[in-house]
Write a protein that binds this ligand. Structure first.
Ligand code: Z57
Length: 806
């Protein structure tokens, strides 16, 4: 038990504030007090946070190019179970804990679902006493901050490391490693063996910064280690110079500094899209090489036999961004440990496991052979050899050149990273049942048929500690009052809430908590945006990255439809609605940015139209991210999960809403299918094409958006709005969107699902009128959300993948 008395805490806090800032509490800002508090907490946990925890257990290393961990203060206090003491201690000193919680910067070292999943997984590994550590990049600039100017998205740099420091990190200079780029590789005689010798490379120092990942009520602390790219020997200053590429002059020295520091300068702002830039490849190798070297260094200290590597170490790669782990581990085993190819490949294959997060073609990583060869000559040689041997195996087994082309790592002068991941690992998993089935039957069917045992499903999950206990305290307390405390460690216990589904008193309390959360959000929106929204209205929310396949467009077209109905009949009886959006678009994603402008313009028009009597309001929340999600989700009534079936691999926002008692309005895509299975058809609203129908259309054609547009009056009305001036100031953007729907035949079936979506929305309206029934639906959703805790997900990863056979 981490124990601390109020008195001890106050003393620590007081001496810390003087040692860091040389002034008293009265002179300090909330930001400074937050930094002092983090520092005190780091001191409190120091003896539990030992990097080299003596562990005979297997260690898991989770490599991810993104970690969206969110603010840490509240979550750390919760997990350490010291929130009360700290709160009271601060109160004595005249400080409000909530002010410090809000003063913390939210590290945005990720884009969306993939990065947030990595963060939830870290929380669960620590809470389940699994030695599981994260490796990532300490980007100087995280995901851009989003501003709206005249309804357009404008990107502002995210300077989260103001003053070069983050309050939860500790630098570990003694664990720095060197990563090598470029140069030439020769095979040279060494003790009668051919060995690869690397000359003329550019050395980059990887400086580790550690962030503690604190388990829930178990005194167990893991590490998220983020690497920063620096010049070698920074202690000697930039005049220390490196042979070959950078020689001699001051100018060359500066060039070298820029070359290294550029690598961890900024997170690429694309979600589910492969841009293929050289700098991104540098980032990927930088992450991988730093992490693998770190693991090997630790392994050598333990003096285990290198042949036993897979017994002690599991390496998991989060999508293909860290796939170079495979050739990098091979490189070290071959060139530094002196193993044979067969031994090295055997170890590598038995160490690495891979998660696929998408089937979207544009997200699949392919790197040009020439780029890889030049930047990473030794790594390229190894990839080529893995490919050569694999193609030999395929040639033996199949007499099918097309199949072999599809399965090779290198094809048309590109390196296919998904294929490399599958070939170099012992486990491949998808992130929801439907997604895994599509991988097996469609996208990766060749590999599945070749080695079916390698494929498995691990449906995503969310950290219920952050996404229920800490972001929705009232709901969490209500649950505990009725079913006790055990659910906090075993979310299956939430099922016991179903005992209360006929209990009117309980249902009323649930409703009151929602209203209270909705009122809080209304106040926030009034303050931030000057828009007045009604807590009695239905809060209908779509918050996620902006992407055509997620179909924010379908949502806004329906809003336009409703608006027309209201204009035609101002007496129309609908439950008042507040449509809430939050979404960032990748800066280079033109269509997505046009959709942002459309939503903002529609909001502007509707919110200022007095004739519709405040029946609908549209709010687009700026700069959506983890901290805003924690405010919005507990106050949501309707969770919009409306992706084109087959396209959303899983979704995780859907789970967060369900756990907070929102009703899901969804297509049968990703994990929505499993939410449906949990709650039954009366407690979710489903619409739209099924995955099989979408797959069929894509294979055999048969959909014409133009025919639909010409034959359906409602569709024509809202599509014409895009180009007829009905919505002010969108002439360019409206045309781009119109073309995506009509000229380019509506790739994501927005119009095809439109009628069905209108029906589903009107069903929501009907259901909401019966408050008690609605509350009961919410209860059933909460009660059956336990399976979506990432604790369940991580237990499955542990049992079926990382510790299989242990
Ligand atoms: C990303 O956030 C996801 C997939 C990707 O290939 C990339 Br790149 C980024 C998302 C999926 O779109 C979601 O459906 C999924 O829930 C999430 O990854 C976590 O698995």
């Amino acid at each position: 038990m981490v124990r601390i008395t109020k008195q001890e805490f106050k003393e620590m806090f007081n001496s810390k504030i003087y040692s860091i800032y040389a002034h008293s509490i009265n002179e300090a800002t909330n930001e400074q007090l937050q930094i002092v508090l983090s520092s005190v907490i780091k001191d409190i946990i120091a003896k539990y946070w030992v990097d080299n925890r003596l562990s005979t257990n297997k260690e898991v290393y989770y490599f991810s190019i993104e970690f969206l961990i969110g603010r840490q203060l509240k979550s750390n206090l919760l997990n350490l179970q010291i929130e009360e003491v700290i709160k009271e201690g601060l109160e004595d000193m005249g400080i409000d804990l909530d002010d410090l919680i809000c003063a913390e910067k939210d590290p945005a070292l990720g884009n969306g679902g993939l990065g947030r999943l990595a963060a939830c997984f870290l929380d669960s590994m620590a809470s389940l006493n699994i030695s599981g550590h994260g490796y990532g990049i300490r980007y100087k600039y995280g995901l851009f901050e989003q501003k709206f100017i005249n309804g357009y998205q404008v990107e502002v740099p995210d300077n989260w490391l103001l003053h070069e420091q983050y309050s939860w990190e500790s630098i570990r200079p003694n664990k720095a490693v060197v990563v090598k780029f470029g140069g030439e590789v020769y095979l040279e005689e060494d003790n009668g063996r051919l060995k690869a010798k690397h000359h003329g490379y550019i050395p980059v120092m990887a400086m580790p910064y550690d962030i503690p990942i604190i388990g829930y009520d178990n005194d167990f602390i893991n590490t998220l280690r983020l690497f920063k790219a620096e010049i070698l020997n920074r202690d000697f200053g930039i005049n220390t110079l490196y042979a070959n590429t950078f020689t001699g002059s001051y100018e060359q020295a500066l060039k070298y500094k820029y070359y290294t520091e550029e690598i961890s300068q900024v997170l690429y702002p694309n979600d589910s899209n492969h841009a293929g830039k050289l700098l991104r490849l540098k980032q990927e190798y930088f992450l991988v090489s730093s992490g693998i070297q770190d693991i090997i260094n630790k392994y050598r200290k333990n003096k285990f036999d290198i042949l036993d590597f897979p017994k002690h170490i599991a390496i998991h790669i989060n999508d293909t961004h860290p796939t170079l782990c495979i050739p990098e581990l091979m490189r070290i085993l071959l060139d530094e440990e002196g193993l044979s190819w067969e031994e090295a490949f055997d170890i590598t294959k038995n160490t690495i496991s891979y998660t696929n997060h998408t089937i979207m073609a544009e997200a699949m990583e392919k790197w040009p052979v020439d780029m890889m060869k030049e930047l990473l000559p030794r790594i390229y040689m190894i990839i080529e050899e893995i490919n050569k041997r694999y193609v030999e195996y395929l040639n033996h087994k199949y007499n099918d050149n097309e199949k072999i082309r599809r399965m090779s790592i290198i094809c048309d002068n590109n390196i296919n990273m998904a294929n490399l991941s599958i070939i170099g690992s012992y486990s491949v998993n998808g992130v929801a049942k439907l997604h895994t089935e599509i991988l097996k039957k469609e996208v990766l069917s060749d590999f599945y048929e070749d080695d079916p045992g390698k494929f498995n499903n691990k449906t995503n999950g969310i950290a219920h500690r952050r996404w229920l206990i800490s972001c929705n305290e009232d709901l969490s307390n209500l649950i505990t009052e009725h079913i006790g405390n055990i659910w906090k460690k075993d979310t299956e216990e939430l099922k016991r809430l179903e005992d209360y589904k006929e209990n009117r008193n309980f249902l009323k309390k649930l409703e009151c908590i929602k209203i209270k959360n909705k009122t809080k959000l209304a106040n926030f929106i009034a303050e931030e945006y000057g828009i007045c929204i009604n807590p009695e209205s239905i809060y209908d929310v779509q918050i996620k990255r902006l992407h055509a396949y997620k179909r924010q467009l379908l949502n806004v077209l329906h809003i336009l439809h409703l608006y027309h109905e209201l204009l035609e009949n101002p007496e129309l009886d609908i439950v008042p609605r507040t449509f809430i959006f939050g979404a960032k678009a990748a800066p280079g994603y033109h269509l997505a940015k046009c959709i942002i402008k459309l939503i903002n313009s529609v909001a502007e028009k509707i919110n200022n139209d007095k004739s519709i009597n405040n029946k609908i309001k549209v709010v687009f929340i700026e700069n959506y991210g983890v901290s805003l999600a924690e405010k919005i989700i507990p106050s949501t009534d309707v969770s919009e999960q409306i992706s084109t079936a087959t396209k959303e691999a899983s979704g995780t926002g859907n789970m967060k809403f369900m756990m907070n008692g929102a009703i899901t309005l969804a297509t049968l895509d990703g994990a929505n299918v499993e939410i449906y299975d949990q709650v039954g058809e009366e407690n979710i609203v489903i619409f739209g094409l099924k995955a099989s129908q979408v797959l069929n259309y894509n294979k055999y054609g048969g959909y014409s958006s133009l025919d639909l547009y010409n034959s359906n009056f409602k569709i024509k009305r809202v599509v014409d709005d895009l180009v007829n001036g009905f919505i002010p100031n969108i002439s360019k953007e409206g045309r781009v969107i119109y073309d995506s729907l009509i000229t380019y035949n509506d790739e994501y079936f927005v119009l095809r699902d439109f009628e069905n979506y209108i029906e589903a929305q009107s069903k929501i309206d009907t259901l909401y009128r019966d408050k008690e029934k609605w509350s009961k639906m919410c209860l059933i959703n909460i009660a059956n959300s336990g399976i979506f805790s990432s604790d369940r997900t991580i237990s499955e990863y542990a049992k079926d993948i990382w510790f299989r056979g242990c």
